[in-house]
Design a binder for this molecule. Structure first.
Ligand code: NAP
Length: 270
């Protein structure tokens, strides 16, 4: 039986709230404690968007907690149970040993023109750059401190392997197995001419590499998005992105649904 303290993050819809009440009653009946302060397990009931919110809420203690997920959203890349089988969670918590799957996160450090740090943060899906006023976003792109390209276009998306099925996929990026310690850079509608020339393909970087974006501030209204949240700052001058060396997210898995089965189920059909 799972021992420890539980907390919940629940999407505000009828189905998710109903399941939440049932699971909560089950925990109380079995003397398992609900605790929002320092839980050991976070039960997420909702979609992948709800998992992003739960990750953000517990980011400070993400290495110390495990996420258990019941899917009531549309796709369910992070989620383990579905509405049709969620009642199995009761038997599983009491009698079965789960698998633990840990996935990489992006670490981002954003600096202002004066050199001070705007944010040190982490992303579960992706980080995107664009121009909040709708005109093109202009930036120099460096890989490991070497100049790589001058970008001009709608924006740049940098995704984790688990984020590869989200925004990255809409941009033509590769779908990446989430056990791989790599991250991906995809262009959002790049202009290509004699001044601004980009590779034109998604780029995959290894866990030891650093991507640096230097926005051209005369033309940009910088918008930096980290999963569901964003920062707008005109004096943003340098953003360093790498795979986090200190943080990972871990999920408890009771259902043996392979990543490729999830991909097929969501995008191709059974
Ligand atoms: P939203 O616009 O309400 O929903 C975005 C959709 O993306 C939802 O259907 C969500 O699934 C799905 N999703 C989230 N993470 C996913 C993942 N890792 N793999 C596959 N699908 C995933 O926004 P939100 O719920 O706040 O989620 C924010 C995410 O939206 C961003 O991180 C970004 O990846 C994505 N996004 C995509 C585009 C695009 O494809 N053009 C543009 C902007 C943002 P559920 O229904 O299960 O929650």
């Amino acid at each position: 039986m799972l021992k420890g303290k539980f907390s919940f993050v629940v999407k505000e819809d009828e189905v998710s709230i109903k399941i939440y009440k049932e699971v909560k009653d089950f925990l109380i009946y079995h003397n398992l404690k609900e605790c929002n302060n320092k839980p050991d397990y976070i039960i997420v009931i909702g979609g992948d968007g709800t998992v992003l919110s739960a990750f953000r809420k517990y980011l400070d203690i993400v290495n110390d907690v495990k996420f258990i997920t019941i899917h009531t959203g549309h796709l369910g890349f992070y989620t383990d149970y579905q509405v049709k089988n969620y009642k199995n969670i009761f038997e599983d918590i009491l009698n079965r040993a789960p698998q633990v799957e840990s996935y990489p996160l992006l670490a981002v450090e954003a600096y202002c023109t004066q050199g001070n740090m705007l944010t040190k943060n982490y992303a579960l899906n992706e980080i995107t750059f664009n121009n909040s006023m709708g005109s093109t976003y202009v930036a120099e792109v460096y890989i490991n401190d070497e100049h790589f390209e001058n970008f001009r276009g709608d924006g740049i998306c940098i995704s984790t392997p688990t984020g590869s099925t989200a925004y990255n996929k809409s941009l033509g990026g590769a779908v990446i197995h989430p056990k791989m310690d790599i991250f991906q850079v995809t262009e959002i509608a790049a202009l290509n001419n004699l001044v601004y020339r980009t590779l034109g393909n998604p780029v995959i970087l290894s866990k030891d590499e650093v991507l640096t974006i230097k926005p051209k501030n005369q033309v940009n209204n910088n918008r930096l998005s980290i999963d569901q949240s964003y920062y707008s700052n005109e004096s943003l001058s340098k953003i360093k992105i790498t795979l986090s060396k200190t943080k990972k997210i871990s999920f408890l898995r009771y259902n043996n649904v392979s990543f490729w089965k999830r991909v097929k189920r969501s995008f191709i059909g059974e």
